[in-house]
Design a protein around this ligand. Structure first.
Ligand SMILES: Cc1cc2nc3c(=O)[nH]c(=O)nc-3n(C[C@H](O)[C@H](O)[C@H](O)COP(=O)(O)OP(=O)(O)OC[C@H]3O[C@@H](n4cnc5c(N)ncnc54)[C@H](O)[C@@H]3O)c2cc1C
Length: 117
């Protein structure tokens, strides 16, 4: 016998699956555009984690270009980005933990370090 299950339902215009950076940016941008056009829009973001960010392991090194475009005033709004990254270095671990800095020739140009080699 099939059991009848009552399910909640909700009508929305857009459903976005996943509240990672992509999903959240898409939701924010859609709402910004709807506000600019003075149009009503309902966007629902569905996240399987217990809360937004629950699947994030730790802090991150953050390239803020997309955030600049989405929220040019993010700093004034108090976004918790407080330590600028001024240098990037890549190390190759070999012979049990001796670390050797990778020369720029082996590193993609966008990740070139500025220190000595
Ligand atoms: C260990 C590690 C370290 C990283 N460090 C950095 C860093 O320092 N700097 C940096 O810029 N990038 C870093 N990245 C990369 C960065 O995390 C990803 O580029 C970014 O998270 C991708 O965003 P996204 O929204 O596409 O996907 P995700 O962040 O993966 O978001 C997808 C979301 O969808 C949810 N989801 C999936 N399936 C479903 C479903 N069926 N129903 C509901 N919800 C669902 C997930 O729970 C998740 O929250 C790192 C990645 C890893 C793994």
């Amino acid at each position: 016998m099939t059991e009848h299950v009552e399910r909640d339902s909700m009508e929305v215009d857009v459903v976005i699956v996943g509240a990672g950076p992509s999903g959240l940016a898409a939701a924010c941008r859609l709402m910004q555009q709807a506000n600019e056009a003075e149009q009503e829009l309902t966007v629902c973001v569905v996240e399987k984690g217990s809360e937004v960010g629950a699947h994030i392991l730790s802090g991150a090194v953050f390239e803020p270009r997309a955030l600049d475009e989405l929220f040019p005033d993010w700093a004034e709004r108090g976004a918790p980005l407080t330590t600028p990254a001024v240098r990037d270095e890549l190390y190759l671990l070999r012979d049990a933990e001796k670390a050797q800095k990778l020369p720029n020739a082996l590193v993609p140009k966008s990740m070139h370090n500025t220190g000595g080699q």
